[in-house]
Design a protein around this ligand. Sequence first.
Ligand SMILES: [Zn+2]
Length: 481
Amino acid sequence: MTRTVKWLSGPLNTGKWAAVLAIATAYSLQKDAFLRTLARTVRWADLDNPRAFRKRDKASRVNCWTLPVHLYDRALFDAVETMRRWILAAIAQTHIEGKLFRMFEGRQRRYAFWLLRKFVRIGAVLRGEAPEPQFAIALAERQAVVRLLRRLLRKALGKAPRVHLRRSFALDNTLYRFFTHQGKPYLSIASLVPGQRIVIPLKGFPVPAVTGNVRVVIDPLQHTVAIHVPIPVRVKTLPERREPVVVGLDAGVTEVFADSRGHFYGEGFGLVLDRLSAQTTTQGAERNRLYAAAKTLAASSRPEDRQKAGRIRRYNLGRMKLDARRARGQAEVKRRISEALREVLRSRPDVLVMEDLSRMRGRTKSRHLSRVVSRWMRANLKERAEFLAQAGGSRLETVNAAYTSQECPQCDYVHHNNREGDRFHCQRCHFTGHADTVGAVNVARRYTHPELWERIRVFTPKEDVLKILREIFERQKARCT
Ligand SMILES: [Zn+2]
């Protein structure tokens, strides 16, 4: 696992800046040419196998912008990566998987998901073809799936990506070298002129031991560059254990989380969030009022009013101060979340199960929580959990958390009356517990319970989740009586 760290350069002199700009321009043009080739769906097998793309390209290579060979290759792989990410993001954002899941079942559903697993098949679907899978499925059934999927994909994909800003390029380890001279760090990179290198002075910290690809991002205003360096993060390996330890987390409001073992982490976090929420909303209201006042005054015919408007703009809208305060607030949220997660991970669970936070979009658990703060919290929680879980040797699994707050972990009875504020009390079997702990237990069960894991996917719609839970409950009941 890696993290990206950025190194900044000082301002470059005219000669060096021109040389760096030349690379960025040539690289971007080349990458754009590759993107145009890859936009043709007949070429999408190349997205599954970039090496084959490179091999074929080599046979008919026209290196129009005279890039060094290694840089040319980077542009090629970069284009493939951009294209792949674009397709996957479009599919995820438009919930295509969820739609297919609802529309089809059995063989057709299996076929739909089989089609999405390879780019070459996605390309075929877009051309209206219905490729044949290993398993048996009639042509008419295949075509029905392809018709719908093609429509969804065309709507989702829109215009293929192109390179608009010629601002960055990637380098493999033959193209750059970090070194230290008189205690100062430098980066030397190959220029477009054979044999000539560009030496870039770096700011700050000592030179890292870097071996992988780095990305150079240029800043045309400052004439500086930022070097994005992937730093490997050591992942601890655990001794074999017989039963994997699974811990479920319920992201709360009063605390950062409750876990399925009945522990609470990051107490007092709710107070911090409330304070930040109050701050962001009152600041926003105050600023809006001043904006309105300044606008009215500026439109006034009296010169002293217009002067006053200017003064409000200059001194009272206080964007910098506000931004600084927000940054501090965000840092505080991030710190609290990291602390709480470290505490959870101290016992080194094998699997950490959490709600799929990207699907919580816009939803908050508390009314007091402003949208801004809730957004920081979700973004940080996701990023931190992914990072810390891996670094600590735990695996992070995300599950669909619909109805986890209303479901009884003992008898599977689902009812909104089961929860009342902080208390969980099953209306049927009278099981009781802290509501957040029960939520966390249910989150963990979505992973450990074979049927729940099998049938409730992250994209399963809420109504279907309820249907599945009811069905399991009825079956249990029938067995017990
Ligand atoms: Zn119950």
